[in-house]
Design a protein around this ligand. Structure first.
Ligand code: FES
Length: 106
């Protein structure tokens, strides 16, 4: 199964395996990574799953849709060039080794 590393606000790295098709937001919640909230359930309507892509196979990421782009403007933490909504990224083999940093504010 493809692996993702969540870089947590306290500086710890947490590497977990996710099922194909599971979003990075769902994977965080199922693995007890409480820093990602996912309040809207993955509908790109809350930005409480905001992450920064920090490494790994970034070229394999899906392109950003208009809804995600608009919602990132509402995120509590500063939007950067590597900002994404983790609910909009579904794991697959090509994303094995992706690294995301969780902002302090959600
Ligand atoms: S879970 Fe709400 S925008 Fe991702």
């Amino acid at each position: 199964m493809p692996r993702v590393t969540y870089r947590l606000p306290d500086g710890r790295d947490c590497e977990v395996e996710l099922s194909n098709g599971q979003s990075l937001m769902e994977g965080a919640i199922r693995n007890g990574i409480g820093a990602i909230l996912g309040e809207c359930g993955g509908s790109a309507m809350c930005a409480t799953c905001h992450v920064y892509i920090e490494g790994g196979p970034v070229g394999a990421l899906p392109s950003m849709c208009d809804d995600e782009d608009a919602m990132l403007e509402e995120a509590a933490a500063e939007r950067l060039g590597n900002s994404r909504l983790s609910c909009q990224i579904r794991m697959n083999a090509a994303l094995d080794g992706i690294v995301v940093r969780v902002p302090e504010e959600m």
